[in-house]
Design a protein around this ligand. Structure first.
Ligand SMILES: [Zn+2]
Length: 148
């Protein structure tokens, strides 16, 4: 570690990589795989047309196992949020404070995510947001949102 660096940069230099999603099944793996091309896809029931997230095998509305993957518009609004002031993992130490949010997309699904380029004092309910991606050093792309 370089002791000549300011404390914040020292923390970044020593920080481990951010943890990645660890999909528990093939349908969740498919969701993350589709994010890697810079688009956001959700499942849509072929029986009743209901969009859904988190990924799962059956429609919660009608019980049908028949679905397709459809691209989201990436447009939504802030449904809920919190400002994170304490890093619970060292990889996030240089990011605090940051905004963790639930975004409600135009398709009706809600997604836990992070707001970028949004000072904590600017967040409000129904704030219009648009999809972006955080690119990790190993090429992994994480969907995030920014104010419109
Ligand atoms: Zn359905």
């Amino acid at each position: 570690m370089d002791d000549n660096l300011p404390p914040k940069l020292r923390a970044q230099a020593a920080a481990p990589p951010k943890p990645r999603p660890r999909p528990q099944d093939p349908v969740e793996q498919e969701f993350w795989s589709r994010c890697q091309d810079g688009h956001l896809h959700f499942q849509k029931c072929r029986e009743c047309g209901t969009w859904r997230h988190l990924p799962r095998y059956m429609c919660a509305r009608c019980g049908s196992p028949d679905f397709s993957w459809e691209q989201s518009s990436g447009q939504g609004v802030v449904f809920s949020w919190t400002v994170v002031h304490q890093a619970l993992h060292p990889a996030f130490a240089s990011d605090i404070p940051y905004v963790a949010a639930v975004v409600e997309l135009e398709e009706g699904v809600r997604m836990a995510t992070r707001l970028i380029d949004c000072p904590a004092g600017d967040v409000r309910l129904d704030l219009p947001v648009t999809l972006d991606f955080e690119d990790f050093s190993d090429g992994f792309r994480l969907p995030v949102f920014r104010p419109v």
